[in-house]
Design a binder for this molecule. Structure first.
Ligand SMILES: NC(=O)c1ccc[n+]([C@@H]2O[C@H](COP(=O)([O-])OP(=O)(O)OC[C@H]3O[C@@H](n4cnc5c(N)ncnc54)[C@H](O)[C@@H]3O)[C@@H](O)[C@H]2O)c1
Length: 663
């Protein structure tokens, strides 16, 4: 089953192959019917045919080298994740890996130079293939990125990428990119040694690759001082540091892959011969684990949300945001980061200045170079009087949460806006239908519910009121995708989806605290379950006045005379006033030192999320969103619900033993 059966070289579908007049073999990867190249079974079998052909030609002296290059905008985005769930047992995984590893070894052992010519994404299995080549050339273009995102899927490189990356870049850099899954730009990739040569644009790639073959170029590998890092005792010290740093970010019980990778390096890091098979043995159980299956499910949920957006003609360029506070300022700035022009309106000059200053900080972080930051600042326009409304493709209101004021602002906007533009509110607690009531065309109003902080949170709920036109909702989704976020269509209801399910979780934590459970225990239990923040800390961060308001709106009580009520009455509103459930110091809550029984924490953690899961089931029963998968996607991307559990409803099904192993 897992043996690679080389394809017929004359009937390739995913690769094009030719040997040119200079006796250079070109293997051009251009997967049939796909916009992105990924390494699945068929392309690998075709590559096996190409390698066999080149081996034979090299033997006869009929070929001078092989160049692997892409026929698409990207080199290879990774292994084909769709095929990952076909493996039932660890042995299946090992067999499949060994077949491809054998092929990569043959590429490495070819007697003629093999060059990887890289443009766009070169990730995961794609980078492992490039590393099996003798020399790597990449373009300096903006879209070129190299990396190993495997840890995000609960695994690590399994086609001997652990071994080869350490050989090429040294342990520090290679382990750094494998442990974090971050993507590397061409410049740093060259500095690390992952890439040997850079060319300015893809137009120069073929020429440079040809020259590399003719000059028989070969990567030099890591310098001697980097090689030293693989030797004991330095390796042990490094491994210890890596373990500490990784444990600060993720828990081993939730995300074992990076810890197994560190074990692998610690044990076998100085020996290619021993590390190669050990990589396969350590990789297989990760691949078949529930964590990896659930993380693959999360990946598929992101694809689902992206693919649902129609590729229509709505291409928004200009955005107008009313309200330059916490949300409005950041929404406008984020649109600018994504290449749009944004005008920002507010009653207060001071708020506008503050928003612009905050935007500049964001541009510096995200866009880096001075020309890019200057260009972004030029695209962000302070527009106190709303002069840009009539030119905007998208208008978003993010002013105070007061119905009458919003209604008045919308009446004014409707009179000025151009036909075909979208009109949206960022309200979190008012009903779309109420806000739309005074409009001449109430069917045009949609909700675009962003989350705070805007630059970091990937989800936007696209709210559909009772009379909202579907076309405007679709356009709203196109806009959300254009600003690189996931759109989730939610029917108008109190709290929409995310706040509706988050509120019972937070208020149940508050109730338990009020009944005498230590706050540190409650928050630790939630972290043990896998939530990004415990309910009490989260309440303090959101603001206790807002929590109280949400509890009242959603009718979750009793709020009167509760601990929450008492704190709010005393002006202790959480992080923003310096005290709530915790006292806050320099942006951090002061916690009592306490250790709790781990089994107790585990039980409490599952109990804490129960009200959230119940609310998810109710939201699904009411069809607030389209399906259970949409509930899971919304709650994972909107609240950070433990991704390794695959989503709240999926988790509940698993608890009840209702899911099959493959998800
Ligand atoms: N803060 C959050 O975490 C969050 C999250 C999601 C949604 N929301 C929603 O976003 C909206 C804004 O919230 P925020 O936290 O940014 O508020 P904010 O108080 O930080 O900002 C509101 C801004 O609106 C301006 N403003 C008030 N009336 C105006 C008018 N008539 N014309 C122009 N500007 C006016 C104010 O000067 C202020 O700068 C609210 O509807 C809120 O429910 C907030």
């Amino acid at each position: 089953m897992s043996e690679l059966i080389p394809a017929d070289i004359d009937k390739l579908k995913d690769w094009r192959f030719e040997i040119d007049f200079e006796e250079i073999a070109w293997a051009i990867f251009d997967r049939e019917g796909e916009s992105m190249n990924s390494l699945g079974r068929r392309p690998t079998e075709e590559l096996a045919a190409i390698v066999a052909k080149v081996e034979d030609a090299a033997e006869k002296g009929e070929v001078r080298g092989l160049i692997l290059i892409s026929g698409k905008e990207n080199f290879i985005a990774g292994a084909d994740i769709r095929e990952f769930d076909t493996f039932d047992t660890d042995q299946d995984v090992e067999d499949a890996l060994n077949a491809t590893i054998g092929l990569f070894d043959r590429i490495e052992n070819l007697r003629v130079p093999v060059i990887a010519a890289i443009n766009g994404f070169c990730l995961g299995g794609g980078l492992e293939l490039a590393m099996a080549c003798h020399y790597r050339i990449a373009t300096r273009e903006e879209g070129t990125r190299l990396g190993f995102p495997e840890v995000k899927l609960g695994i690590f490189p399994g086609l001997n990428g652990t071994v080869r990356s350490i050989e090429l870049a040294g342990a520090m850099d290679a382990m750094g990119i494998m442990l974090t899954g971050r993507m590397v730009r061409p410049g740093p990739a060259r500095a690390m040694g992952i890439v040997d040569q850079l060319v300015p644009t893809h137009h120069r790639l073929r020429w440079a690759a040809r020259k590399a073959v003719l000059q028989k170029r070969k990567s030099k590998g890591a310098p001697w001082w980097k090689k030293l890092m693989r030797k004991a005792p330095i390796r042990d010290i490094l491994a210890k540091q890596m373990r500490k740093k990784t444990a600060e970010k993720v828990r081993e019980e939730h995300y074992p892959a990076p810890f197994r990778l560190i074990d692998l390096f610690a044990k076998f890091g100085d020996s290619r011969r021993r590390m190669k098979p050990a990589e396969t043995t350590a990789f297989a159980p990760l691949m078949t684990s529930d964590t990896a299956r659930n993380l693959r499910r999360v990946f598929r949920l992101t694809e689902m949300l992206k693919n649902e957006v129609p590729k229509d003609a709505f291409k928004p360029q200009r955005v107008h945001v009313v309200g330059a506070g916490t949300m409005g300022g950041d929404i406008a700035a984020w649109c600018v980061v994504c290449g749009m022009q944004a005008s920002l309106q507010d009653l207060s000059e001071e708020q506008l200045d503050k928003a612009l200053a905050r935007a500049k900080k964001l541009f510096k972080q995200r866009l880096r170079t001075k020309p890019a930051v200057d260009a972004a600042m030029a695209r962000l326009i302070a527009d106190k009087d709303g002069k840009h409304v009539s030119r905007a493709d998208v208008i978003i209101e993010a002013i105070v949460e007061k119905l009458e004021i919003k209604q008045k602002v919308f009446a004014d906007l409707e009179a000025k806006m151009k036909p075909g533009a979208i009109l949206a509110t960022n309200t979190s607690s008012l009903q779309i239908e109420d806000i739309a009531k005074p409009l001449k065309d109430p069917g045009r109003l949609i909700g675009l519910h962003f989350f705070n902080p805007v630059p970091q949170l990937p989800l936007v709920e696209v709210i559909m009121g009772v009379g909202t036109r579907e076309e405007d909702v679709r356009k709203g989704c196109s806009f959300v995708t254009a600003i690189r976020k996931f759109p989730l269509i939610v029917k108008s209801c109190p709290g929409f989806l995310v706040n509706r399910v988050l509120a019972p979780y937070m208020l149940d934590g508050v109730r338990r605290y009020q009944e005498g459970e230590p706050r540190e225990k409650i928050d630790q239990a939630a972290l043990k379950f896998g939530m990004p923040m415990g309910p009490l800390e989260l309440s303090d961060v959101v603001g206790l006045d807002i929590c109280k308001h949400v509890a009242e709106t959603l009718n979750i009580g009793p709020v009167e005379d509760s601990e929450l009520d008492r704190l709010v009455k005393n002006g202790k509103l959480g992080k923003k006033t310096g005290e709530g459930f915790y006292v806050w110091d320099k942006g951090k809550p002061k916690r009592q030192q306490a250790t709790f029984d781990q089994d107790d924490l585990e039980v409490l953690g599952s109990d804490l999320v129960k009200p959230m899961l119940d609310e998810c089931e109710r939201a699904l029963a009411e069809r607030i969103v389209e399906s259970a998968d949409h509930v899971d996607a919304g709650v994972i991307f909107g609240t950070g619900f433990a991704p390794f559990r695959g989503g709240p409803l999926h988790y509940r099904k698993q608890q009840k033993g209702e899911t099959a192993k493959a998800v």
